[in-house]
Design a protein around this ligand. Structure first.
Ligand code: NAI
Length: 213
C-alpha cells in the first residue's frame, strides 16, 4: 500500500478513524457511507474521502466503506498489526499511570519493563512488572527486543538516557520530558505535552466567553 509522502496532518487523524471504526465494528456495523461517518465523527465527508484517498480509497461508490476492512487497513498503515514492546523510564506518577493503562496492549503495545534511578522504587510492581535499576536498562533493551521507550522523567537527565536508548537499538521514543531530544533521524520521537492541550482548552474557553458574552 502506498503511504509515502502522506502529510503528518492526515497521519494524525488516522488514530481517530481507527477508534471510531473499532467501535462501529464492535457494535456489529458492517458498512458505512462517508456521509454517515462524517456525521458521527463531525468532520466533513469530503475530508474523509480525501484522507482515505491518500491510501487508495477503500470505499466503493454506492456501497460506502466496509468497516472491518477499513479498520484493518488503517491498523496496518499505523503499524498496529505488529507488536511493539515498550519500556518506561521513570516510575513516578506519570510512569506508573502509563504502565497501569491496560488498553495499550489491545493495540499491540506490550509493556515489558520499567526503570528508575531511585533505589527506593526498585522492586515495586506496576501490574506484573518490577521496577529495575537504570544499570539494567541497556542490557534489558538488547535482550528483550524492545523497540519503544517511554520517557517519563524530568528534562534533566532525559538527553543522557535518550543517548543510551539509541545506542542500544531503540527505534522510537515517546517523550514526556519537557525537552527536545537530540537523536539521529532514524529514531522516531513523539513529544507529548499534556499542558499544550490544556492551553488549547484554555484558549477555547476564553474565545467562547468572548463570543457568547
Ligand atoms: P515524579 O517525580 O512522580 O516521577 C519522576 C520519576 O523519574 C522519579 O521516580 C525519579 O526517580 C525518576 N527519575 C528522574 N530522573 C531520572 C533519570 N535520569 N533516570 C531514571 N529515572 C529518573 O514525576 P511525574 O509526575 O511522574 O512526571 C515525570 C516527568 O514528566 C516530570 O518531569 C514532568 O514534568 C513530566 N510530565 C510531562 C507531562 C507531559 O505531558 N509531557 C505530563 C506530566 C508530567
Amino acid at each position: 500500500m502506498e503511504d509515502r509522502g502522506i502529510s503528518q496532518a492526515v497521519i494524525g487523524r488516522l488514530p481517530r478513524y481507527f477508534r471510531y471504526l473499532g467501535e462501529l465494528k464492535d457494535t456489529g456495523v458492517e458498512r458505512i457511507s462517508s456521509q454517515e461517518l462524517s456525521e458521527l465523527m463531525k468532520v466533513t465527508a469530503s475530508q474523509i474521502r480525501q484522507d482515505l484517498n491518500n491510501f487508495g480509497g477503500f470505499g466503493q461508490q454506492g456501497y460506502g466503506y466496509n468497516v472491518e476492512y477499513l479498520y484493518r487497513e488503517i491498523g496496518k498503515i499505523l503499524g498496529l498489526d505488529q507488536k511493539h514492546h515498550f519500556i518506561i523510564i521513570g516510575a513516578g506518577n506519570l510512569g506508573r499511570a502509563l504502565g497501569n493503562y491496560t488498553n495499550f496492549e489491545k493495540r499491540g503495545f506490550i509493556f515489558s519493563g520499567m526503570f528508575d534511578q531511585n533505589p527506593k522504587l526498585i522492586g515495586m510492581k506496576v501490574r506484573n512488572i518490577s521496577v529495575q535499576p537504570m544499570e539494567n536498562m541497556e542490557r534489558f533493551i538488547r535482550e528483550n527486543d524492545i523497540d519503544i521507550a517511554v520517557l517519563a522523567i524530568p528534562k534533566n537527565g532525559a538527553e543522557e538516557v535518550a543517548q543510551k536508548l539509541v545506542r542500544n537499538g531503540i527505534k522510537a521514543i515517546w517523550n514526556f520530558a519537557h525537552v527536545d531530544l537530540n537523536v539521529p533521524k532514524d529514531i522516531q520521537v513523539e513529544n507529548v505535552h499534556l499542558s499544550d492541550s490544556l492551553m488549547k482548552l484554555s484558549y477555547n474557553i476564553s474565545r467562547y466567553q468572548q463570543e457568547n458574552g
